[in-house]
Design a binder for this molecule. Sequence first.
Ligand code: ZN
Length: 261
Amino acid sequence: MTVADNPGPLTLDGTRSYRIGVRHAVLLDPGPAAPDQMERLASLVGDATVERVCLSHAHADHSGIVRAAAERFGAAIAASSDTLRRLGVDGESLADGDLLPIDDGAGQLEVIETPGHSADSLSFLLRPAGWLFTGDTVLGEGSSMIAYPDGRMGSYLASLARLIALRPLRLLPGHGAPVDRARELLEEYRRHRLDRERQIRVAIAGGAGSVAEVRERVYGELPTRLERAAEASIAAHVAHLRERELLPAGFAQRSSMETDH
Ligand SMILES: [Zn+2]
């Protein structure tokens, strides 16, 4: 594992790239096109043969260096067809249930489609170890951003339920340290979203008529930068309420964030 030099509020200590395997490996999420990123990857890979450079999703902090990395290690790019299309790269398209051999079959990496953070998000389960590589679907600390409208709360909750059912033994996130209390953290993630939805429904029932008004009631005073992040999250919840016809008529559905697009 190597951590890119791109720390920040959304990337925590930086994007994590993983070499999965010892001799015949997968390189997962090569990371951003940052100045010394290729050297970090080279020391991560060492003497291993990289058979595939896989991507959890197309966001640039995970994929920025993917072409150069595939070229450098003589490996194919492997990602969901949606991710390949977003990046405009050729590669092997991965779909739910695909199994990628690691170290000549000593292990297998199972592709799990986990939309929610973004529509193209994949997770990868290493069998038989039970290690789950979660990309941005679950982070080592804090909560994952639902990049609405590309990300969707309904699919995110379904993806969390699916990951919980896999009973992973360890989570290896795209940002933040590995987590050994895997099931517990996944349950916490789900609870956090359901609690937030309840708070939002209370705010709306109490008269909040727009995303901004919900934000004021649920979060109180926030610095401007965080207001936008909070509104993006609320917009994702509001859309999920709307999908289930739980949103009262008259609620102003568009957030300031949506109108900016
Ligand atoms: Zn992302």
